[in-house]
Design a protein around this ligand. Structure first.
Ligand SMILES: [Zn+2]
Length: 407
């Protein structure tokens, strides 16, 4: 139709077009009705404009269909990311629940405990360390899950397209993260409470042991004797010092952790001292027939120093060591009769004389309360009794304060 050329009376006699007919040469479009005709002139510029427009629309169509497809992929990818984040979040929740449970168990255990044994103390120490590392790990995971990171991840994929489509999801996730943060803070509080309880219980236990030792010291001092079982304390690695990073993270928690570890070290140390100090009575029933110190020798009838206590008891009654140790003597001597000597370490030795029977052998390792023999009247003895000696660093000291110590 565009090419239709008709000679009309209204047209000028001379036609515009030339024989060469360039591609954008001016053209005329004529719409002819029954009675009238309309002529549209298409200039070169207008034709160029039409072509550019046409090409633009074609291009736009291709681009938008491509972008539609691409945004679909982006959304899928993003949903995948969010799914992963959700799974990570669920995992974290499960871990939090487990951690909460274990902390609850510790707290319950602490509530029931009257005192902390060395074994228990070590278990608490390990659990405290475990919780600390778990919480640190969760902190790291938590920072991975932080809202900023999620935004960064999504915006990387999302570019400028379809942002608002997932904004609501993100908001929801952020809410969840906020609640997670609350739970995390709560957990920290639990942890602090747990630390406080362990600190307090171990502190009490240490104070109790210190009191026992100081009571023995005091009693000996009054008699001009002194022992310092604490002088053996070696450097035990120093107190636990949290790293600078941890300090900045939560100073309060780390202060607690420091005192907790200090108490645990004290507890370890004093437990060891108590274990190697013969505190208690070597025979169940007795009466003291001769104290430590100056007395009249029953054989020589002259003044002599009695270097132990005589505990009259039924012949055959069992004699038990009041601290763990190693048998250094198990023999018959003319003065002591049947004699057992035990080295407890930490400077302490004990001797048991006039025994009826010896149960142990030299070199044997003994636990506390092991029976070493029976009360008898062997050697220089006037009747069934136990001559009991406590030796501290080679010096025989009064056994009574040790026997009277209340653990
Ligand atoms: Zn004696």
């Amino acid at each position: 139709m565009m090419k239709i050329q008709k000679k009309m009376t209204a047209l000028p006699a001379k036609p515009h077009y030339t024989a060469s007919k360039p591609f954008f040469s001016p053209k005329e479009i004529i719409f002819r009705g029954e009675k009238r005709a309309m002529v549209f002139k298409l200039s070169s510029k207008f034709q160029l404009f039409l072509l550019i427009s046409f090409m633009f629309f074609c291009g736009w169509g291709l681009y938008s269909s491509h972008m539609y497809h691409r945004s679909d992929t982006i959304i899928n990818k993003k949903e995948e990311q969010l799914d992963k984040t959700r799974v990570a979040y669920e995992d974290l929740l499960t871990e939090f629940a487990a951690l909460n449970k274990s902390i609850e168990n510790i707290m319950q255990g602490l509530g029931k405990e009257e005192n902390v044994s060395k074994k228990k103390a070590n278990a608490y120490k390990n659990q405290a360390a475990m919780i600390e590392s778990r919480v640190n790990k969760i902190t790291q995971e938590h920072s991975w899950l932080s809202a900023d990171k999620v935004q960064e991840r999504t915006s990387l994929y999302e570019a400028q397209l379809q942002r608002d489509l997932l904004a609501s999801e993100r908001d929801e996730l952020q809410e969840r993260l906020a609640s997670l943060n609350e739970q995390y803070e709560e957990l920290r509080e639990y942890q602090k409470d747990a630390y406080d309880k362990v600190i307090s219980t171990s502190g009490k236990e240490v104070a109790k042991m210190k009191k026992v030792l100081s009571d023995v010291n005091k009693a000996l001092k009054e008699k001009g004797q002194y022992f310092n079982a604490l002088s053996n304390r070696k450097d035990m690695g120093g107190p636990y010092i949290p790293s600078k990073k941890e300090m900045e993270e939560d100073k309060e928690l780390n202060d607690k952790l420091t005192s907790l570890y200090q108490n645990m070290e004290d507890l370890d140390y004093y437990t060891q001292v108590i274990e190697t100090t013969p505190l208690g009575k070597p025979v169940w029933s007795y009466w003291v027939t001769s104290k430590f110190g100056s007395r009249l020798d029953p054989f020589k009838k002259s003044k002599a120093t009695h270097k132990g206590v005589d505990l009259a008891s039924m012949s055959g009654n069992k004699i038990r060591v009041q601290a763990k140790g190693k048998v250094t003597r198990a023999e018959y001597t003319s003065g002591y009769g049947n004699l057992v000597e035990v080295d407890h370490g930490n400077g302490f030795k004990t001797r048991y004389a006039h025994m009826k029977t010896i149960y142990v052998q030299k070199g044997e390792e003994l636990e506390k309360n092991t029976a070493v023999g029976e009360v008898g009247s062997t050697g220089r003895s006037t009747g069934p009794h136990l001559h009991y000696e406590v030796i501290y660093r080679g010096v025989r000291v009064d056994p009574m304060p040790f026997m009277q110590a209340k653990l």
